[in-house]
Design a protein around this ligand. Structure first.
Ligand code: ZN
Length: 462
């Protein structure tokens, strides 16, 4: 690395430390959770206000900005190439505050090295880091080959319709990275296939069944209300029983986790279904339906459904049953499958339909193909080598089951700024949780990594 350049970035970051904090605090102060659309605000007034504020900050830095009808916006550094440009995309919408905060989620707090507030990590902090990385490049005054565009998304958390709009109306970047995941570089994301297994109207022993809070999470609790003789039933591992009048409530207690990383989880719905089937708490239709669900819950690798597979870049397929509920007399079990390159949404649909047979009806949802970019392609090398040079690590690109903006672009990866091994302080929480926390020193380091990586990407022939 050019040590004089590194010294200039370090000085720049130090000079701008308080401005970075001020700009981030101004963004955190805007509650930018999606709400009902309003005229000129397709994702509601919150995301619109956060987008406008970000473009105002970028405009003050001297960048040309554009607001694309409040779906998305950008700030741009000019470059010589009239057609190809580089982009990085962050988002300024957030998930709802939720419960458990020690203070107002929309007032940024600083506690030692930690920033606290909704969005400091996901993804307003990275947005500000990216803008300051570009501000450094602007201050350097070097002539750029490719223009660099900082895209400001405002619908990442609830559908990514911001990038859909962008790619419908504007040419795609030659290469794009999104600072909305973990360092070092994620160069591939598994395919995603979701749907539900639906029972017939059984009118049998099961009066009610419920479990799970999201389709993409393994639930740690589930329960069924069944017609049964309480005195004749025994509790089992992970199962407790309660009499409810003439009925019995069967509760399952598992271990929660994310659909993209289900290793080590225990699905509470699977426990309940196994118990009902093993104890004959079902009529014929219910038994056939539970047999189908048992195939789903048998293994998060899909062995029960006959869809287990793996490839080199991604490893094994995963599948989990996220929610179960009653809908008009039918039981509905949702599932979320993340798959490697050796299968497809259509193949999975056919295999699952075949496996569940007449026990359940398969309702297919969305399917997104996996994407994978070779780890030693020049653009990936520019990102990973910069990361390793700055941090002194010897990290390699990784793949994941999660989904970011990257899969929506023709040629894109996610690139930081989280650190998987980061230990949160007792007063801090994770992304999407209460007391969302981000370490300031790592955020400032990210400014440096992004500035240097963009300069390296400028040297790549796209
Ligand atoms: Zn995010």
């Amino acid at each position: 690395m050019d040590q004089q350049l590194v010294a200039r970035i370090d000085a720049f970051v130090e000079e701008n430390r308080s401005a970075i904090l001020e700009d981030l605090a101004a963004l955190v102060a805007i509650n930018s959770v999606e709400t009902a659309p309003a005229p000129g605000a397709p994702f509601g007034p919150g995301p619109k206000a956060a987008l406008e504020k970000t473009l105002e900050i970028a405009g003050r830095m001297g960048f040309a900005t554009r607001n694309c009808e409040n779906y998305i916006g950008w700030a741009e550094l000019p470059g010589a190439d009239a057609e190809k440009y580089l982009a990085a995309i962050c988002h300024v919408d957030v998930v709802p505050a939720g419960n458990g905060w020690d203070a107002d989620p929309f007032t940024m707090r600083v506690n030692g090295n930690w920033l606290l507030g909704r969005g400091v990590a996901d993804d307003k902090g990275p947005m500000v880091a990216l803008l300051y990385a570009m501000k450094f490049l602007q201050q350097e005054g070097a002539a750029l080959r490719y223009p660099i565009r900082a895209l400001v998304g405002d619908n990442e958390e609830t559908g990514m319709r911001d990038v859909d709009y962008y790619l419908e109306h504007y040419p795609a970047p030659a290469f794009c990275f999104t600072p909305d995941a973990e360092f070092p570089v994620c160069n591939g994301e598994k395919g995603q296939y979701g749907g539900a297994l639906v029972s017939p109207v059984c009118a049998g022993r099961v009066v009610d069944i419920e479990g799970g809070v999201a389709n993409n999470a393994v639930p740690d609790r589930a329960s069924a209300l069944v017609k049964a003789d309480f005195a004749a039933l025994k509790e089992a591992p992970g199962i407790t029983l309660e009499a409810e009048g003439e009925l019995v409530r069967v509760r399952g207690w598992g271990k929660a986790g994310h659909a993209a990383m289900p290793e080590g989880t225990v699905n509470a719905i699977g426990l309940v279904v196994n118990y009902l089937a093993a104890n004959g708490l079902c009529n014929e239709e219910e038994r056939a339906y539970f047999a189908a669900l048992q195939k789903l819950h048998a293994s998060t690798a899909g062995e029960g459904l006959g869809i287990a597979c793996a490839d080199g870049p991604f490893g094994p397929l995963t599948i989990i049953g996220g929610r179960i509920f009653m809908r008009e007399g039918r039981m509905v079990q949702t599932f979320d499958c993340r798959y490697p390159t050796v299968t497809s949404g259509e193949a999975l649909e056919a295999a699952i339909r075949n496996a569940v047979c007449s026990g359940a009806v398969l309702e297919s949802g969305r399917s997104n193909a996996p994407f994978y970019i070779e780890a030693d392609s020049p653009a990936i090398r520019a990102c990973i080598d910069t990361y390793n040079a700055v941090t002194g690590e010897n990290a390699a690109p990784f793949t994941m089951g999660g989904g970011t903006y990257a899969r929506h672009f023709p040629y894109a990866v996610s690139f930081g700024p989280e650190h998987a091994d980061m230990k949160l302080p007792p007063f801090g929480g994770p992304m999407h949780g209460a007391n969302e926390a981000a370490p300031l020193d790592k955020l400032l380091e990210a400014v440096k990594i992004y500035a240097l990586a963009l300069l390296e990407l400028e040297k790549v022939d796209f």
